[in-house]
Design a protein around this ligand. Sequence first.
Ligand code: NAD
Ligand code: TDX
Length: 355
Amino acid sequence: MLKLQSMKKILITGGAGFIGSCFVRQTLQKHPDYQVINLDALTYAGNLETLADIEQNPRYRFVQGDIGDKNLVDKLFAEGLDYVINFAAESHVDRSISGPEIFVRTNVLGTQNLLEAVRKYWLPSAAPASLAERKYLQVSTDEVYGSLGQDGYFTEETPLQPNSPYSASKAGADLLVRAYFHTFGLPLLTTRCSNNYGPCQFPEKLLPLMISQALANQPLPVYGDGRNVRDWLHVSDHCAALDLVLHQGTPGEVYNIGGHNEKENIYLVRLVLRELQKPETLIHFVQDRPGHDRRYAIDATKMSRCFGWQPRYTFEQGIQETIQWYIQNQSWVDSVKSGAYQKYSAKGKENYGKL
Ligand code: NAD
Ligand code: TDX
């Protein structure tokens, strides 16, 4: 077993969220020679209960804090980081419509703060060889491309045409990554993924919300005509793709990640009701989301061409497993909805004090 000092260090921001927590767990399993630092502000969407099983792992450390906090981010970079992967974000489109400001602060300015630290700590001292071994990966979304008509796919060359404050803030961050690569020659990568599903997703997003409502025999609110299309990918397939890009990707490049599982929302909602043996009378068509993108579909051929990546989950298997997970983990859903998980934050604060 390697000593902690000789291990590689990876900073995972937003590691207490839905996708970040999956990536934290995957990294600890897949890279026994890595130390993981999870920097997360524990907003309403961050939940350490999700990571309770690994909190005693000596290769794992949690730091509660904001990616926009210059002093804190500087301290972490000063410890010597080999990899940084940025999941930290405000991630819900509806919240960006009711309150855009925090989206700009976290998603744009927070990312810029991380990029400044990369510039400050990785550029001046780094010999070209060590710079080449270091990587920063910005986890972005297909929503930056805007909306598709009935046909076609988003490729990495599709122009950015974000339509919501959320997607505009993610696009802003993507453009900063692009600019910091071109201007400063930093080892920066960007991925853009389609809609994720799987365990531990906050129950404001379509699938966990619909499961939770159906289990409680409450109305399932479907926006507009329910025929908007999303391209679904299991969270563990997304994380496996991110690990490949982080280690084998070419700096300056963008990689699209998607599952080729285009489904209308109403199809997914009916599937949930069938699996749970609940009546379709629970479906309530409600007022549409303002600026609601009609269709997303990702062309992920670059990922398979460059790295041989393919999703492991079929849509059917992944959705069934996910529905079962929510049935068996209703206490997790109740806990994050009620905010009871905040008790775990106290531990994080102690950790932060130890910096
Ligand atoms: P999430 O909302 O579940 O988690 C976000 C995490 O970031 C939370 O733990 C939260 O506490 C933390 N956070 C928020 N603001 C912070 C700040 N200022 N400093 C530090 N931590 C902060 O989001 P998610 O669904 O896991 O998404 C993760 C990333 O992946 C986001 O960048 C999102 O844009 C991107 N993405 C998500 C999807 C999806 O379908 N969920 C698809 C493509 C890309
Ligand atoms: O109550 C609802 N009713 C409904 O019809 C909710 C919450 C959503 N919807 C619709 C809107 C979308 O067409 O379902 C679809 C999916 O909605 P969300 O789960 O809010 O996801 P989306 O807006 O597609 O964005 C997601 O995918 C890309 C994530 O939230 C983003 O973080 C990610 O970047």
